[in-house]
Design a protein around this ligand. Structure first.
Ligand SMILES: [Zn+2]
Length: 82
């Protein structure tokens, strides 16, 4: 079988792993792009769970960035924040 694996390239670790990683790497790149987009959304959207409005209003004394609707100075009380 050695002649066959040699022709396919299976006895060449660098070639085999290059094919493996190049195929896997392209998938990782796609996931990375999607993940980056989600990360950007998560970073900028309202901190309230399930709210996808862009959060631009930091809540005092917390790290929360919420949208205008969820800001304690707006329509929602501080006690309603998670
Ligand atoms: Zn919100």
């Amino acid at each position: 079988m050695n002649w066959l694996t040699h022709i396919i390239g299976l006895d060449n670790p660098s070639g085999y792993w290059y094919l493996f990683w190049s195929g896997l790497g392209s998938d990782i790149t796609e996931f990375a792009v999607i993940g980056a987009l989600l990360g950007v959304l998560r970073k900028y959207n309202c901190h309230i769970h399930g709210c996808w409005r862009i959060g631009r209003h930091p809540v005092a004394d917390t790290t929360y960035i919420v949208c205008r609707k969820h800001h304690p100075d707006g329509a929602v009380k501080v006690s309603d924040l998670p």
